[in-house]
Write a protein that binds this ligand. Structure first.
Ligand code: PMP
Length: 358
């Protein structure tokens, strides 16, 4: 058998257990499907798809709809199959062999992973014990490594922490290369870096349809950035990468902003209820500006608690073995009933004597 590239041999893939459970709160999806009127509108348009033709390569209508949503020019928008593919395209164009990419850990694992796959060197800055980002550490990483690309995730995944606006500004001032602000969860927070994007700034802000827009199954994400950068990405991405159905689905979803805003409000209020419930238990809770909450049982093994929750039909994300996240667990905010089921199950698990279950 041919051997894989030397630099990929030691690389671990992306793992997220897809196990069956009554209550699934492990992947930060929207707990509800899109509005029924969206599905009707999509069905009507699907009957007009020209299946024998390639789709619009420039995704003109979709880009225009996204641009309209954010009050920018369509030439500032690049869309792809999930924000993961957006990030991959950025890294193919601006990272790669001989270049360095900086992350501040713990953060979204795919940033470092995709960068390594492109052949780039990854440097990992460290966050403080409370997962906040120390400006001195940002400065050190940028000065010592001059990264071509630096990532900031706000709200951060898996911590849920929102990056103060000043930190983003500071990073923009100091970064010698491209700053990528990953805003997969920005609708759940109170500020965005979108207003900082401009043609004379090496900044892109990435977004996804997977969370707020209830469309994780469609795989669609995008970025807003300088026109010249978007033009480079258009060169790098495969031709016709966005299929006709996805282009339609994305464009139609944006007609339902009121419904989606109402869902975001409901998720935020549920997030506060879940956080409060957690704070009444013997667990440490990280303040979240996202649609999930990171917590750590104080006197129990995180993995044991995760397993016992699963035994009770509640699946959350086990981050307990991830670097810098010992014993931490992440719960996605679901429907009110799912959240109550989670809180009840967790209270019961924490009441059990340790060592009784598997
Ligand atoms: N960025 C962050 C911070 C995420 O948490 C996720 C999904 N877990 C993504 C990007 C990728 O989202 P998608 O590819 O579904 O758009």
């Amino acid at each position: 058998m041919i051997a894989v590239r030397d630099d990929l041999r030691a690389l671990d893939g992306y793992h997220s257990a897809q196990v069956e459970a009554r209550v699934r709160l492990n992947t930060n999806e929207s707990p509800e499907p899109p509005p029924a009127a969206f599905c009707d509108a999509l069905a009507a348009e699907l009957s007009r798809v020209e299946w024998h033709r390639y789709p619009d390569r420039a995704a003109t209508d979709l880009r225009a709809a996204i641009a309209d949503l954010h009050g920018v020019d369509p030439a500032q928008v690049f869309a792809a199959n999930g924000s993961n593919e957006v990030l991959q395209t950025v890294l193919l164009a601006y990272a790669g062999p001989g270049r360095t990419v900086a992350t501040f850990e713990p953060t979204y694992q795919m940033h470092g992973h995709i960068a390594r796959v492109t052949g780039a060197t990854v440097v990992e800055g460290e966050r403080a014990a409370d997962f906040s980002l120390d400006p001195a550490e940002v400065e050190r990483v940028l000065r010592e490594h001059s990264p071509a690309v630096v990532f900031l995730t706000s709200p951060n995944n898996p911590t849920g922490l929102v990056e103060p606006f000043e930190r983003i500004r500071q990073l923009l001032e100091l970064a010698p290369g491209l700053v990528v602000v990953d805003e997969a969860y920005a609708q759940f927070a109170d500020h965005t870096a979108l207003g900082l994007v401009g043609d004379d700034r090496d900044l892109v802000v990435t977004r996804t349809f997977s969370k707020t827009w209830s469309m994780a199954g469609a795989r669609l994400g995008y970025l807003v950035g300088p026109r010249s950068l978007v033009a480079e990405l258009d060169k790098v991405v495969l031709p016709y990468h966005l299929d006709a159905v996805k282009q339609i689905a994305g464009r139609l979803a944006l007609r339902f902003t009121d419904e989606m805003d109402a869902r975001v409000k409901q998720l935020i209020s549920e997030r506060e209820r879940v956080s409060e419930g957690l704070r009444s238990m013997p667990v440490d809770v990280v303040p979240s500006g996202a649609n999930f909450v990171l917590f750590r049982p104080r006197r129990r093994s995180g993995h044991d608690v995760w397993r016992r929750l699963l035994d009770r039909g509640v699946l959350i994300r086990d981050c307990s073995s991830w670097p810098r996240l010992a014993d931490n667990l992440r719960v996605t905010i679901g429907t009110p009933d799912e959240n109550t089921a989670f809180l009840d199950a967790l209270a019961a698990v924490l009441d059990e004597p340790p060592g009784e279950a598997r």
